[in-house]
Design a binder for this molecule. Structure first.
Ligand code: ADP
Length: 319
């Protein structure tokens, strides 16, 4: 193996730059050249590929987003498009790849491995929805961003004795909502993985105000329903003032936290180690604080399991 490529694909996440840096510097330290591929699989097929040096990744570890950019490119599902990507790998002398992204990006990585180009996937997503890893790169930063925003919302909620239904990201996964809900002392957490009763939530909020609480915070995972709709449903059972708030894409940006930078650095270095061992078609994870890897194929049949004890914990703490 003389030269590897690296790309970021799918939804961006803070810490992707730290992962790119770790992959690049680890490869260079092992005498392997590194090519950056811009705009994910779209850039691979278009040949938007450039040689990276240690300087290319300097001053990037603290930056949010991905300096290699990302792109949605559904065309890469087609074999003939994948073969165009392979042509580019051949042209640029790239023997193997690291792909940072989510589930969709892993499909692409598996296809490349099957075409004879070992690819290793790193979990880059704020959603924490990938199986066989306790953390995805970007999750911690997104949680901290949402937590800080909800702290601010709580100030105004208290001043006006209001209920706020705050929609947080996560797609079909409730991990951001669960962690942020506990961290902000939410009155209720609503996630796709657990059943909920809007009437009961409204009753609890009413009881909270009767007990002297000055605000109500409901952290709603985006995969459940629209925040405005949830608020309207809530108001059918409650006589309080309520507002809906969607935090949105602010959760995807910002300087990565210490945890995301460290996890990204460890995973990035581990991915290169796997490639040096001649392995491919693998996804890197962090399980019980240890670096692990699994066949990408196994991930497609598996389900991410969040720490649902947090959901029960919050019910007790909110009383
Ligand atoms: P994520 O990686 O965050 O899950 P997407 O699902 O959008 O995001 O996938 C990112 C990219 O991965 C897609 O735009 C496409 O280029 C590629 N991709 C997704 N699914 C496949 C597939 N079945 N085969 C090959 N490439 C795929």
């Amino acid at each position: 193996m003389k030269r590897i490529g690296i790309l970021t694909s799918g939804g961006d996440a803070p810490g992707m730059n730290a992962a790119i840096r770790a992959v690049t510097r680890t490869a260079l330290a092992n005498g392997i050249e590194v090519c950056g591929i811009r705009y994910g699989y779209a850039g691979l097929v278009a040949g938007d590929i450039f040689q990276m040096t240690s300087e290319t990744v300097a001053d990037k570890i603290s930056r949010g987003g991905t300096f290699l950019y990302s792109a949605r490119f559904p065309e890469f599902k087609e074999e003939e498009v994948q073969l165009k990507g392979i042509e580019q790998l051949k042209k640029h002398g790239i023997d193997a790849l690291v792909v940072i992204g989510g589930d969709g990006s892993y499909h692409g990585a598996l296809k490349l491995t099957r075409h004879g180009y070992n690819a290793i996937g790193l979990p880059g997503s704020i959603d924490n929805d990938i199986p066989y890893t306790d953390y995805t790169i970007g999750f911690d930063t997104a949680c901290n961003t949402a937590m800080e925003a909800i702290d601010k919302i709580r100030d105004t909620a208290t001043s006006h004795q209001r209920v706020f239904v705050v929609n947080v990201m996560g797609r079909d996964c409730g991990d951001i909502a669960m962690h942020v809900g506990v961290a902000t002392g939410a009155d209720a957490i609503v996630i796709p993985e657990e059943p909920y009763d809007i009437k009961e939530i409204a009753e609890n909020l009413k009881q909270g105000f009767a007990n002297g609480k000055k605000h109500g915070i409901v952290v709603l995972a985006e995969g459940v329903m629209d925040a405005e709709k949830f608020k309207d449903e809530l108001l059918k059972y409650g006589d309080f003032d309520a507002r809906a708030n969607v935090l949105g894409h602010m959760q995807r940006g910002g300087s990565p936290t210490m945890r995301d930078r460290v996890v990204a650095s460890e995973m990035g270095a581990y991915a290169v180690k796997l490639l040096l061992e001649g392995k491919g078609g693998l996804a890197v994870g962090m399980e019980n604080n240890k670096l692990t890897h699994h066949d990408i194929l196994d991930l497609f049949d598996a389900k991410h399991h969040g720490n649902y004890a947090l959901y029960s914990l919050n019910k007790d703490l909110a009383k």
